[in-house]
Write a protein that binds this ligand. Structure first.
Ligand SMILES: NC(=O)c1ccc[n+]([C@@H]2O[C@H](COP(=O)([O-])OP(=O)(O)OC[C@H]3O[C@@H](n4cnc5c(N)ncnc54)[C@H](OP(=O)(O)O)[C@@H]3O)[C@@H](O)[C@H]2O)c1
Length: 297
């Protein structure tokens, strides 16, 4: 089968489309014929070697965690899913014709494979950080970097829970944030004042890692009311960095419910072929994705 792989850590040019052995579903896993793979910033962070000390991997390695596709092997001990089912979930080396998933759920009706591939990691992250920051119905949540994959999920889940969201994004994404129910403002010079004018902030999430932790603490008045997923320096200011994934199956089940009720939709900014994986990484790395990018197999 074909898969995207890299034999050394480095820039996007280390990615190659190669012939590889097909993976097989082990106990507790399913194998899918991949129809689409989500492109997450963590994919190019791993490729660059950012986690080579904390999470060493053997090279050559495949790329990609999120995928959607059709189940074609069911591992030992797995129940409730059959060959032929359309699923979305998380696994490894998903930029490939076949991939093994360790967490999955049936795709909701009406969702395309392309769309479905964009959900798994972002909904797990969004549900986790909303829980960890402890924001409740009737309160106001500030989201810095609100128009990307994680932001798109946070805004819609928060709206469904009766939480008011103030989101920051670039000028081109202000209408997009409003369409997801948020009060929108731009980042950049004067943003703290613009947020203040919009009202009291109970809690804040830093999704962009753009060096705004101090300001988020100032706006909420309490470092415990701020969480970052993108700024490793946050703990120096007393702010929690959230990096340990929660339950992906639970997140997928909750996401499937929201999608079916029409409460959650993550748009696909752009699709790429397997051969265009390097371009997908370059575009993701530029940091201005609206929703999710996907590699279509
Ligand atoms: N720790 C974890 O568990 C975890 C999990 C998932 C993701 N992450 C990390 O979280 C970050 C966000 O992930 P993602 O998938 O949502 O990324 P993404 O889809 O690439 O979105 C990035 C967003 O950041 C916005 N942005 C760019 N510059 C900004 C600035 N100076 N101020 C505010 N917003 C700015 C962009 O908005 P405009 O296009 O409007 O400029 C874009 O919507 C990534 O660094 C990723 O690696 C961490």
């Amino acid at each position: 089968m074909k898969r995207v792989s890299f034999a050394e850590f480095g820039g996007p040019d280390v990615l190659q489309l190669v012939d590889a052995e097909e993976p097989h579903a082990g106990p507790g896993q399913v194998r899918i014929a991949v129809r689409a793979a989500g492109v997450n910033p963590v994919d190019w962070r791993i490729r660059e070697g950012q986690f080579r000390e904390s999470h060493p991997i053997e090279l050559p390695a495949g790329v990609g965690l999120d995928a959607s596709g059709v189940v074609d092997e069911v591992g030992e001990g797995v129940e409730g899913v059959e060959v032929g089912d359309r699923v979305f979930g998380e696994g490894s080396s998903t930029y490939a014709e076949f991939a093994v998933l360790s967490a999955w759920a049936r795709m909701p009706e009406g969702l395309t494979f392309e769309e479905a591939a964009g959900y798994p990691s972002v909904v797990e992250t969004a549900l986790r950080i909303i829980r960890e920051v402890g924001v409740r119905s009737g309160q106001t949540l500030l989201v810095s970097g609100a128009s990307g994959g994680v932001g798109s999920a946070v805004l819609q889940i928060a709206r469904d829970r009766g939480i008011t969201v103030i989101g920051t994004a670039g000028a081109a994404n202000q209408d997009y944030l409003r369409s997801l129910g948020a009060v929108a403002t731009t980042y950049g010079e004067g943003w703290v004042e613009r947020v203040r004018q919009l009202g009291h902030v109970d809690a804040a999430l830093d999704l962009a890692g753009s060096g705004v932790i101090r300001e988020l603490v100032e706006l909420t008045g309490d470092p415990q009311k701020v969480i970052s997923i993108a700024d490793l320096g946050a703990p120096e200011l007393g702010v929690r960095f959230s990096g340990v994934a929660g339950s992906v199956p639970e997140a997928l089940t909750e996401a499937a419910g929201l999608i079916s009720r029409g409460k959650l939709h993550i748009p696909v900014e752009k699709s790429y072929t397997l051969a265009e994986a390097a371009a997908a990484h370059i575009d993701s790395h530029a940091g201005h994705t609206r929703g999710r990018r996907v590699v279509v197999v």
